[in-house]
Design a protein around this ligand. Structure first.
Ligand SMILES: Cc1cc2nc3c(=O)[nH]c(=O)nc-3n(C[C@H](O)[C@H](O)[C@H](O)COP(=O)(O)O)c2cc1C
Length: 462
C-alpha cells in the first residue's frame, strides 16, 4: 500500500500452492507429494517464515480432460481447497489462508457458514477468492447441469456476496453475553434473522455462526472481463490478475482504480496482485539457464502437443514438434476441457502463434514454451528483488501472487534470499505484529480498512 507521501510503497506477497496448467514440475526428483498434508504444511510455514500476506489455493471442480480422457500429463486430483486452508491455518499463527470458491456452484448460507467458521478457528485469517467459473464442463458436476449464461454469472456473484455479507453481519459483536447470573448465553435481540428473496437465491435463516474476528473474510476476486473488473471494483478487497507484464500491469492498475473511484471506494481499499513465476540463481546468467531448463520440464513434448491440439481441435500426433506449427486452420471441436483460461477465438489464436513463430524463428514446441512458460522474474536474488520493487513503486501492482515451480520447496529460495533484500530496501515488513497491532488479522496485514458492523441489525433484504 501507499506509505506516507514520498515514502516507498510497501510490497505485498502471496504464496500460491502451484498446480494446474503445468506450473508444477511434478516429475522433478526434488518434487514432493501433491496430496500429503506435509507438502501443504511445508509450503504454508515457509510462506509464513517469509512474512507473506497469505497462502493461496486455486480450485478446479472437475479433473481436466483432453480428447475425452483425463489430462494425465499434469497434476490431477487434489484434496479440496476449503479443507486444505483450514488445515493450513492450524499449523500457522499469523499468515492468512485464502481459498478459491465458485459463486456459480455454491450456496450463500453454506459457504458463508464455512468461511465464518474458518475465520473464527484461524483468529481472523481467512479470505475467499470469488470466482464465477468459466465453463459448462464444471457445471456438469451439478444437479442443475450446464452453467449460467455469462452475464448472469456475475449477477449471481454479486447477489451471492451481498447475501453472504448480510449473513456475516447478522450477529452483533456483543450478541454472546454468557451471563451466568441471569442464565443467558446469547442475547436474541442482538441476532438478526436474514430473509432474502432475489433472482438467484431465496434465504430465510438465522445464521449459526457468530460474527467472526474479521467481520467477514477478505474478499478476493479473479476474473478479467469488464464485468469481472466492475464486480471487483464494487466488492473485492484484492484482485488476483494475470496481467504480470509491466506496461500491461500499469494499464490494468489504472483501469481498476478508475472503476474503484466510480464505485465510490477509496484507492487504498483494493490491492492488485498479478500472478507471477520466478527463478532465482546465483547470477542472472545462471538463473536464465535454469529458467530454460524449468520451462522445458514444464512443457514436455506431450504437453506441448496437448496444448496445440486444444487450439487446433484435432489430433496433431503426426506433426514434428521441432518443426513449424500446423499450416491448416483450427477445427471447431473442443479437445481440452476444464481449464481456467478464458475462451479464445482459436483461428485468431493460431494466426498469432504462427506470426510469433515466424518472427522469432521458433519451433512448434518452442512457441508453446514461449507462450506458457516464460517466467516473470528471472535473475539473481538482487535482480528479482529490484524487478518486483520496480513494479510496485511504478504502480504496475501492489505486489505478487508468487507461483513456484516445485511442490513443496519451491518457495524456499525466495524466502531465504529475496525477502531479506526487500527488507533491507525498506519495502517489505520485518514482522506481522506491531505494537499498535499485536494480534493482526489478514485484513490488517493487507492494510485494508476493517468492515464496520452494521448500524442496525434490521437485515431483512429484498
Ligand atoms: C488469475 C485468475 C485465476 C483464476 N482461478 C480460477 C480458479 O482457481 N478456479 C476457477 O474455477 N476459476 C478461476 N478463474 C476463472 C474465473 O472464475 C472466471 O470464471 C473467468 O476468468 C471468467 O471470468 P472473466 O470473463 O471475468 O475473466 C481464474 C481467473 C483468473 C483471471
Amino acid at each position: 500500500m501507499t506509505a506516507a507521501d514520498g515514502a516507498q510503497r510497501q510490497i505485498h506477497l502471496v504464496a500460491h500452492f502451484p498446480g494446474v496448467n503445468s506450473t508444477t514440475v511434478w516429475s522433478d526428483p526434488a518434487a514432493g507429494s501433491q496430496i500429503d498434508f506435509a507438502s501443504f504444511r511445508h509450503f504454508a510455514q515457509t510462506a509464513e517464515r517469509g512474512l507473506f500476506d497469505y497462502v493461496f489455493l486455486a480450485e478446479g471442480l472437475r479433473v481436466r480432460e483432453h480428447a475425452g480422457k483425463i489430462h494425465d500429463l499434469d497434476v490431477a486430483g487434489r484434496p479440496a481447497t476449503l479443507a486444505i486452508i483450514t488445515a493450513m491455518a492450524a499449523v500457522t499463527e499469523r499468515i492468512g489462508v485464502v481459498g478459491t470458491l465458485s459463486s456459480t456452484f455454491n450456496e450463500p448460507v453454506e459457504l458463508a457458514r464455512q468461511l465464518a467458521s474458518i475465520d473464527h478457528l484461524s483468529g481472523g485469517r481467512v479470505g475467499w477468492n470469488v470466482v464465477t467459473s468459466s465453463d459448462a464442463f464444471h457445471g456438469g458436476n451439478f444437479r442443475r447441469g450446464g452453467y449460467l449464461p455469462y452475464p448472469e454469472r456475475y449477477e449471481r456473484a454479486e447477489e451471492f456476496v451481498r447475501v453472504a455479507k448480510h449473513l456475516w453481519d447478522s450477529w452483533a459483536d456483543d450478541a454472546l453475553v454468557a451471563d451466568a447470573r441471569r442464565g443467558r448465553f446469547a442475547d436474541p435481540d442482538r441476532i438478526a434473522r436474514v430473509a432474502h428473496q432475489g433472482k438467484h437465491f431465496a434465504v430465510d435463516t438465522t445464521p449459526t455462526v457468530p460474527r467472526s474476528p474479521q467481520g467477514y473474510p477478505v474478499i478476493v476476486q479473479a476474473g478479467d472481463s469488464p464485468a469481472g473488473r466492475d464486480f471487483a471494483a464494487a466488492n473485492a478487497e484484492v484482485i488476483f490478475t494475470r496481467h504480470s507484464e509491466y506496461a500491461e500491469g500499469r494499464a490494468f492498475y489504472a483501469d481498476v482504480q478508475e472503476r474503484l473511484a466510480a464505485a465510490g471506494r477509496s484507492s487504498d481499499s483494493l490491492l492488485i496482485m498479478p500472478g507471477a513465476t520466478f527463478i532465482v540463481g546465483d547470477t542472472d546468467a545462471e538463473a536464465r539457464d535454469l529458467s530454460r531448463e524449468v520451462a522445458h520440464a514444464q512443457i514436455s513434448p506431450q504437453t506441448a502437443l496437448a496444448w496445440l491440439e486444444a487450439i487446433w481441435g484435432r489430433d496433431l500426433s503426426d506433426i514434428d514438434l521441432d518443426g513449424p506449427l500446423p499450416a491448416d486452420e483450427p477445427e471447431e471441436t473442443v479437445l481440452r476441457q476444464g481449464q481456467t483460461s478464458t475462451a479464445i477465438d482459436r483461428r485468431a489464436h493460431a494466426a498469432r502463434l504462427r506470426e510469433r513463430a515466424e518472427a522469432e524463428g521458433l519451433s512448434a514446441r518452442e512457441v508453446v514454451i514461449a507462450e506458457t512458460a516464460q517466467h516473470t522474474f528471472v535473475g539473481s536474488a538482487e535482480t528479482v528483488a529490484d524487478e518486483i520493487n520496480r513494479y510496485v513503486q511504478g504502480r504496475a501492482s501492489d505486489g505478487f501472487v508468487l507461483v513456484p515451480h516445485l511442490v513443496p520447496t519451491g518457495l524456499d529460495v525466495f524466502v531465504d534470499r529475496v525477502v531479506p533484500i526487500l527488507q533491507e530496501r525498506g519495502v517489505y515488513r520485518t514482522a506481522y505484529e506491531s505494537p499498535a497491532n499485536p494480534r493482526p488479522t489478514l485484513r490488517s496485514v493487507l492494510g485494508l480498512p476493517a468492515p464496520q458492523p452494521p448500524a442496525s441489525l434490521d437485515l431483512a433484504v429484498a
